[in-house]
Every structure is written in C-alpha cells, then in structure tokens.
Design a protein around this ligand. Structure first.
Ligand SMILES: [Mg+2]
Length: 377
C-alpha cells in the first residue's frame, strides 16, 4: 500500500515579544501532504542570524522526505560547529518541526517514535531567575512562593549573576558570594524543606572558591549546584564534583553541542547530571543520544531549557522516554500569557508538566495569542 511521499515544502516564522532577554521564535514547516509541524527557535542570542540559518537549512530540506532527520543533522552540525548557537537553534527548530510532522502522520505522540513513554511524571523545576526583577533575597523568595502556588515543587535561581566577570579582588568576590548565598537561603526558607532548591552559579567562580562554595551551601540541602566553574577545562568541574560528593549533585552542560561535545565532558566526570539543551545540542534525537551516553556512564539527564512553551513541550516528549531522566527546566513567570500560547494550554501541577497525548508534539500554536503578542513575519 503505497502512501504519497511526504516532503518538506514551506517554512513560516512566528515571533512573539517576551522581555529584554529575548523574544520567542517559533518555526512552522509545511509539507506536501498538508500536515504542518512546529518547533522552537527561541533563545539563539541572535535572531537575525538564526533566521538566516533557518532558511538555509530549509532550502537544504525542501523537497526531501519529512523523515530526513539525520540528513538535517549532518547539514546543521557542520554549520553549528563553525558558526555556533544561532545555527544550532535553527537546526533544532526544524528538527522539532519534522518530529511533530512525523508524529501527526503516524497518529502518535513523538515519545512513541522515540522508544515509548516510561516516565509517568515529567517533573519540572521553575527557573525563577529570568522573571525575578527585584534581585534581593525577598524578591527571589516572593517569586519562588508564586511558583510553588502555581504547582511547582522545585525552584532554581542563579543568585551570583550580579558578580562581575574576571574579578580579582578577594573581598569583592566574597561580597557577591555572600549575597548569592543569602538569596538562596531566602528561597529555601520560602519554599520550605519538602521542596527542592537548585542553584546555578553560571560559572562565576574558580575551582578553589567553587569547592569552598559547595561546603558553604551544604546547609541549604541543594538538589543540585550547576556550572560552578566554566565548562572547560572539565577538570575544574570534576574537582567541584568530588568536593560536592555526598553533599549535593552537580549539574551542567547546557551550551555543549552534540555527542562529540558531550563525550569528553562525560568521560571527564565533569558533573553528576548532564543538561543538554534541545535548542543548543542539535535537536531532540541528539538529546536522546546524549542522554543515552550519560546513562552508560551512570549519570542522570536533566534537559536545560529556558524555552517557549513549544520548546518545553518538545523537550518533554524526549524526557518521557529517558530511563535516566531526572527533571526538566521550565522558565517560570516571564509572561502572563505563556500557557495560552499553545493549545491545549500548558499545564503544570503536582510538580509535573502535563502531556496531552495528542499526535506529534501534542500541541499547536495558538495563532490568536501569537498574533496578539505580535511580530508575525
Ligand atoms: Mg544554567
């Protein structure tokens, strides 16, 4: 029984205004069989370059089968190694579109195409860092409380963000370190002992201060501490990991591209929890491969992702299939209409993200909301 060959025929780009940290960009691919798929192209850091890569990769895909994901990867990885994040985000967005299309054509959720669902709950943590404008202990605590009231049971902040890079004055470093610990402590008090607290250091410390910080943070009983030192050299992160052993997990890897990038990171025992970002790592299939490599090393996977609700839904499809899935990032509180940008509306309860069970990514773009929040191009 021959079916018409489904090929890639068209591309649209939607942009919605979010905040000073960037817009959300959604790609939509059309096909010869009428099925459409969407994907998240947000947080590239350079939406202009990203859109050019999106069109470049689309030109490469046009007329090809909607199943040509490894072909897209080959094309996209080469460019991403050369040109960086904007190319990676464009490749990842198109890849999400193709998975969405494949799932809709087969009448199954993407997780069924990636091995089937084994995770009942897609546990998410509220990253409150982007939405907290008042960067005092009280400001972070108030946002954390809101997240808990909205169904989350785990909260992350990056309390050292105000520390300038390349500081050398020990007293100044200590001042910002103490400020960060105070913010984290306020959030711990706000959320209570039964919820989980995650701290992202955004690579602000050197290895000696990083190892020291782990000791100082121990009373806060962190779920994990993230990227204490820069991702390279991995030996520094590995030293922090050893210092944290028995006290808290360490996590990282959000900027790393592909299995090739993650191999030395995992082999070097940089962290306990790897955090590939489906937007930056090369796509949903790449995320699955990286998580498998982590599983081989006895590590957990916790995808990174300040993302639009489309990107979060896409990541969740993969998380549902990972034996070593730990928790997924959720960018909390950036805009009040976040949940409505997709249909069915995004829903978090009991600390978990609901999956609709519908074919593909399980969601559609709510064009009415997308248009209202502007920038259709
Ligand atoms: Mg991070």
């Amino acid at each position: 029984m021959a079916r018409p060959r489904a090929t890639v025929t068209g591309l649209e780009i939607f942009r919605v205004k979010v905040n000073r940290r960037g817009d959300w960009v959604i790609a939509r691919v059309r096909t010869s069989v009428g099925v459409m798929g969407i994907g998240d192209a947000s947080q590239s850091g350079d939406d202009g370059s990203m859109a050019r890569f999106l069109r470049q990769f689309f030109d490469g895909l046009k007329g090809r089968s909607v199943y040509d994901i490894e072909y897209l990867r080959g094309m996209g990885m080469a460019e991403a190694h050369k040109s960086g994040r904007a190319a990676a985000v464009a490749m990842g967005a198109l890849e999400q579109c193709l998975w969405d299309i494949q799932g809709k054509m087969a009448g199954v959720p993407v997780y069924d195409l990636l091995g089937g669902r084994i995770q009942e709950r897609i546990r998410v943590y509220a990253n409150i860092n982007r939405s907290t404008e008042a960067r005092t202990p009280e400001g972070f605590a108030a946002m954390a409380k809101r997240a808990i009231e909205n169904g989350f049971d785990a909260v992350k902040l990056a309390p050292f963000d105000e520390m300038p890079r390349k500081l050398s004055d020990a007293q100044v470093i200590e001042k910002f370190t103490r400020q960060g610990i105070e913010r984290a402590r306020a959030v711990r008090q706000a959320i209570g002992e039964k919820r989980d607290l995650l701290v992202d250091v955004h690579s602000h410390l050197d290895v000696a201060r990083g190892c020291e910080l782990v000791k100082r943070m121990e009373p806060l009983r962190l779920f994990w501490i993230e990227e204490v030192t820069p991702a390279r050299p991995v030996e520094n992160l590995a030293a922090v990991r050893r210092a944290a052993a028995g006290k808290m997990r360490t996590a990282g890897g959000e900027s790393i591209l592909g299995v090739q990038g993650f191999y030395p990171y995992i082999r070097g025992e940089a962290v306990d929890v790897v955090m590939p970002d489906p937007k930056y790592c090369g796509g949903l299939l790449e995320l699955k491969k990286i998580a498998a490599m982590a599983e081989g090393a006895g590590l957990a996977a916790a995808p990174h992702g300040p993302a639009s609700p489309v990107g979060t839904a896409a990541a969740a499809q993969v998380c549902a299939t990972l034996p070593n899935f730990l928790i997924l990032e959720f960018s909390y509180g950036e805009v009040p209409w976040r949940a409505e940008l997709i249909e069915p509306a995004e829903q978090v309860s009991g600390g978990g993200l609901a999956l609709s069970g519908k074919p593909g990514l399980g969601i559609a773009l709510n064009e009415r909301v997308a248009k209202r929040e502007e920038l259709r191009r």
